[in-house]
Design a protein around this ligand. Structure first.
Ligand code: ARG
Length: 618
């Protein structure tokens, strides 16, 4: 124990604040409760896996201690020491009637009525209940004789505590005359030595307790807020405008429960396309054709006078806004033979395109435009998924994970920096609240951190929940995703793309690796399968396979997609080594069963819907 500590004890004995100090140190507030926001771990999650909201760890056994600091602190402050001067209950005034050992040369210092009562034993042994007076410091040489009292040394009347009955006493004798040099007051130590070093430590205690208290309060607020948020997130939706809570199942249920349809405004919604795109891409998917309404037919576009601004204007018509890449193809290389119409284009002031057919003629240059609205389909060339192998996002950089409240729900694919293609049935199970979705891209290992926020989700207007047709959806991101080696768009197939039964296709995802399994694959899986003719497929599926669906798998079983792969891309390696997405993982009977191959949404039959949604929602 240091000297200072001894002195503190002395002060405790003679001042009210000592008691506070003692209490203060005895129940020193602990460090504020730590709140840890649990980072969702990368998991081989089952379908029931809940990485969920943040977790709080608040040690329940911890005593947070006092939350208010001691306010009355006199330790080490000489002027607040109580001395031997006592004001007793009968209020005997002045020096003669008291046993005061010291005299205050500077006149009396009144003890404020709110000074706490000393708790020590030495302060007023004879009358511990009487409040002590707090005189100014006195020097030993100024001790007065008991009789007669020099007026200049008159300590003055003792002030009665506020609550004591007031007895009139003699009038107060003034202190030393003005101009008399005042002796420098020394602390009344009651005969003890005061160590002033302790005073330096005083501010630490003064500020430490309030700081800890504030931190404790903040920590408590944080914990309570998190708990409230967890409860609200899971059970209620808060209508900001009408300032009310509604049960979660009324959020995005198609019926307005909040003022201004607030509860229905950021929900998954159907998108009905009633218009036809005037743009299409032929053959390998890049030969541009525009619809010439004056001739009610499609035409190739002459590369004469073609430039970047025309390319941009055309790509905007299909909802692509990145830098397009144009080239030209000789008319003699076109596979289409007879009755071809050629046109030139003009960009109007409102950025619409005017198509001018060349009546009966051909392009002067003898060449037509080939256009890529995105640098798409660039995977690493190479020649859950059931029976798959570990893959890498670098091989399929368009693959994304669609996550709802921190859970992987489905796969998806990047079409461009704003749009993700997926399956409509991914949004069947009440996952309709857009702000709870995230899109994770550029990762091989399933992760839940830093996913992209979603702006809108559109389902095909003819998709019916829990049914198989039209199982396609588009997800619009809130901000552009940056393209890199691990983040690339996939190409959409050409309007006239033909893939024949037996064609080799690839499909990727983090879905289950065994039928009925409970765990997703943490690492992206890929599997090579073949296109199965709809005729063959329908034999097993009893005619459910429509023209808008594709079957792909292995008839012997063992290689297939499964739960959690839905919405993911089925791709083919097209001409020019470009990867086209021909299918979207949709449904199947079990996973990997013989003759029960996977069924995919036929992307080609939905090109108009995709292009029109992306254009109209730009
Ligand atoms: N519907 C599943 C999902 O939501 C995909 C099923 C694919 N099944 C199949 N046998 N290929 O993830």
């Amino acid at each position: 124990m240091s000297v200072g500590e001894e002195d503190v004890n002395i002060v405790i004995a003679s001042s009210a604040a000592g008691g506070d100090e003692g209490n203060g140190s005895g129940t020193q507030p602990s460090v504020p409760t730590r709140v840890t926001a649990a980072v969702p771990t990368v998991v081989s999650a089952s379908t029931t896996h809940t990485s969920g909201p943040t977790r709080t760890s608040a040690p329940s056994t911890r005593n947070p201690g006092p939350t208010t600091p001691a306010t009355s602190r006199a330790s080490g402050t000489p002027t607040t020491h109580t001395s031997g001067l006592i004001s007793n209950a009968s209020h005997t005034p002045g020096p003669t009637g008291t046993s005061g050992a010291t005299v205050n040369p500077t006149g009396p210092t009144s003890s404020p009525s709110n000074i706490p009562r000393p708790t020590g034993t030495t302060a007023n042994a004879t009358n511990p209940t009487v409040p002590t007076r707090m005189p100014a410091p006195a020097t030993p040489t100024q001790n007065p004789p008991r009789t007669p009292i020099p007026t200049t040394h008159n300590p003055g009347p003792v002030r009665t505590p506020a609550n004591a009955p007031r007895v009139p006493g003699p009038s107060r004798t003034p202190g030393p005359a003005r101009g008399t040099p005042r002796p420098v007051p020394k602390p009344d130590t009651g005969g003890h030595t005061v160590n002033y070093k302790k005073e330096k430590a005083f501010p630490i205690r003064k500020y430490c307790v309030p700081t800890v208290a504030v931190l404790l309060v903040l920590a408590s607020i944080a914990v309570i807020s998190i708990l409230i948020k967890v409860v609200l997130d899971n059970y209620y939706y808060f209508c900001v405008k009408s300032f009310k809570f509604i049960p979660l199942d009324q959020w995005c249920d198609g019926k307005s429960d909040c003022a201004g349809d607030e509860d229905e405004s950021r929900c998954v919604q159907p998108f009905d396309v009633t218009t036809n795109s005037m743009v299409r891409f032929m053959e390998a998917g890049s030969l541009l054709q525009l619809y010439a309404s004056s001739r009610t037919s499609w035409s190739f576009i002459c590369s004469d006078n073609w430039d970047a601004s025309k390319a941009k204007a055309v790509c905007a018509q299909v909802g692509y806004y990145s830098e397009p890449v144009s080239s030209s193809v000789s008319i003699s290389d076109l596979s289409t033979s007879s009755a071809i119409l050629y046109s030139t284009v003009q960009v109007l002031s409102d950025q619409r395109i005017q198509v001018n057919p060349l009546l009966g003629g051909s392009c002067t240059s003898g060449r037509v435009v080939s256009l890529s609205c995105a640098a798409c389909g660039i995977g690493h060339k190479q020649q859950r998924i059931i029976g798959g192998t570990n893959s890498d996002i670098l091989r399929y950089p368009w693959q994304v994970s669609l996550q709802y409240m921190g859970q992987h729900i489905c796969g998806g694919s990047i079409l461009n920096s704003r749009w993700i293609l997926s399956a409509a049935h991914c949004f069947d199970k009440g996952q309709k609240q857009i702000d709870r979705w995230r899109v994770q891209y550029g990762v091989t290992t399933l992760t839940y951190l830093f996913g992209s926020y979603v702006d809108k989700i559109f389902l095909h207007s003819r998709y019916v929940a829990n049914q198989k047709p039209n199982d396609i959806a588009l997800v619009k991101l809130k901000s552009d995703i940056a393209v890199s080696t691990s983040v690339q768009p996939v190409c959409l197939p050409g309007y006239d793309n033909q893939i024949v039964a037996g064609s080799v296709l690839w499909v990727t995802g983090w879905g289950h690796t065994v039928e009925g399994g409970s765990a997703l694959s943490s690492q992206l899986q890929e599997v090579t399968i073949n296109l199965i003719s709809s005729a063959t497929c329908n034999q097993e599926y009893g005619g459910q396979i429509l023209q808008s669906m594709l079957c792909a798998g292995k008839l012997e079983g063992g290689s297939d997609t499964c739960q959690g792969d839905s919405g993911g891309p089925l791709v083919s390696l097209g001409q020019n080594s470009r990867w086209d997405q021909v299918g979207v993982v949709s449904w199947g009977d079990g996973c990997g069963r013989p003759n029960k191959v996977g069924v995919y949404t036929n992307v080609q039959t939905f090109l108009n819907w995709i292009y029109e949604v992306m254009k109209q929602v730009a």
